[in-house]
Design a protein around this ligand. Structure first.
Ligand code: AMP
Length: 174
């Protein structure tokens, strides 16, 4: 099976979760398959190439699972972006709109060195609010956003449009 078909096969659709109207993309079957998991990590590293980034920024929580092995194989550091109130030191924060209400995410203010090249990694790109706010945190933290890499892009939600000219790399698009 090629990687795209393997990914599609190992991501499970959960209807009406966590709330009505949402089709949740459950990546746990993919993570439990070592061939699929390793294939995903290798595909991200090969797309950008070792040595092209200094830091991998992972978005809480499923983004962490993908971002940490990607960082290891890139030879890059890992930086977490977390929901408000979880990081212990001084933070930068961004608030963005959700369908109902808003969300605030944070990154340690000293996580990035000046001009460091950053790849942002998450599992799913939906409306783009989370990734857009993360890109803003990276820029405010002194980094340069090389790109956003996701396992799956939900193209009908037009998340790319919130990301300006950020390079978006999706292993599968639905
Ligand atoms: P958004 O900000 O709308 O692009 O949403 C992206 C974030 O929410 C990512 O961190 C995803 O993990 C999560 N997410 C949004 N929609 C889904 C979905 N349908 N299935 C799984 N995760 C989702």
């Amino acid at each position: 099976m090629d990687l795209e078909r393997l990914i599609l096969d190992r991501i499970r659709d959960i209807p009406e979760y966590p709330k009505p109207g949402v089709m949740f993309k459950d990546i746990t079957p993919l993570l439990a398959d070592h061939v699929a998991f390793a294939g995903v990590v290798d595909a991200v590293v090969n797309h950008y190439g070792r040595g092209t980034v200094d830091k991998i920024v992972g978005i809480e929580a499923r983004g962490f699972i993908l971002a940490a092995p990607v960082a290891y194989h890139f030879g890059a550091g890992f930086v977490p972006v977390r929901k408000k109130g979880k990081l212990p030191s001084r933070t930068l924060e961004e608030t963005y709109d959700l369908e109902y209400g808003s969300e605030t995410i944070q990154m340690h203010a000293d996580a990035l060195g000046p001009g460091e090249r950053v790849l942002i990694v998450d599992d799913v790109l939906a409306t783009g609010g989370t990734a857009g706010a993360t890109a803003e945190l990276v820029r405010r933290g002194g980094g340069e956003v090389v790109g956003l890499s996701v396992l799956m892009e939900l193209s009908f939600l037009h998340g790319r449009e919130k990301l300006g000219n950020t390079d978006v790399h999706a292993l599968v698009t639905v």
